[in-house]
Ligand binder design. Sequence first.
Ligand code: NDP
Ligand code: PYC
Length: 338
Amino acid sequence: MSDNVTLRLAEMRELSETILMDNGFNEDHARSITDIMYACQQDDCHSHGLHRLLMCVESIKSGRIDGTAVPTITDAGPSVVRANANKGMSLLALQAALPQLIEKAKKNGIAALAINNCYHFSALWPEVEKLSEAGLAAIAMVPSHAWVAPAGGTRGTLGTNPLAFSWPRRGKHPFTFDFATSQFARGEVELYRRAGKALPEGVAIDKNGKPTTDAEAAMNGAMLTFGGYKGSALSIMIELLAGPLIDDLTSKESMDFAEGKPEAPYHGEILIAIDPNLLSGGKAVANDERAERLFADIIDQGARLPSQRRYVAREHNMKRDAIEIPRTLYEELLTLRK
Ligand code: NDP
Ligand code: PYC
């Protein structure tokens, strides 16, 4: 028997929506959560695909997340939108606030969206990619839980704090990158632990502050930032911009709030959208060509652009109308249906 199970794309959607609704999310939340997991599976981004249903179900079982929360969207200034997720998952709030963010960025050149009081489990690239599909450059940042030691430190203070960026390209998929500021995302470490695989060196320390390649010891100790003090500084910036700046929790505060419950981190998120035409004084088309020359120069030397792998995977999976997940995960997911 194969170690993997193949699912048709529609089957994957149905499985995800059913599990979410069976466990207390209403249809709107189940759809918005599934949209993101579907996008991740379609692009072979496994750490934030169907695997995250486990975290969503654990979170709602903890009794604090509201699976029926209706987000409140506030026009908070010419260039500011605030979305209160009201203790629901972030994604419905994002979906409700996105049209205002796009409108404000196009009108004023730059606009920011602060999402508050949300549970958050997802990859950020689908969010910035959507903004670039609307012709905007975009940045998204979010804290998580204090699993990551600062450079030179010995214990978790920072989150895995992802940073996502996207740039619109005429007639092409956007240029997008999205990565944790820790060496590995927590989701990736979890996949190593589930598979019983050793982590590479330099990814984590154990609870005594000693280097470890054991995924379980890493989860009980602390993960490390990428690029030493540079990744550490970026991670601190994300704590500040997606925490105190928008009146929401840092990763440490979010972890304390969870009180050890295995739920998705509860905090805020910041998105910044920029209109290339207004910022360049109406020269977006000419400058697009310059951006394309930069991309071509990278690709010509045999390097690849971030997001290139995803777009290839997307085309492949869409064409064959299928994705694969580990059999063990599939069997665990089936137990979550009621
Ligand atoms: P990776 O280390 O896998 O890096 C992913 C990014 O780097 C992608 O944009 C990827 O493009 C690009 N990339 C990878 N290899 C290359 C290469 N050789 N050349 C050029 N570009 C490359 O990501 P992480 O494991 O750090 O993060 C995975 C996901 O986890 C992210 O989507 C992130 O948002 C999510 N996350 C979410 C958190 C949350 O709190 N919600 C917390 C932490 C992470 P490509 O996709 O094409 O390979
Ligand atoms: O993979 O680090 C992670 C993560 C944290 C919250 C959601 N994903």
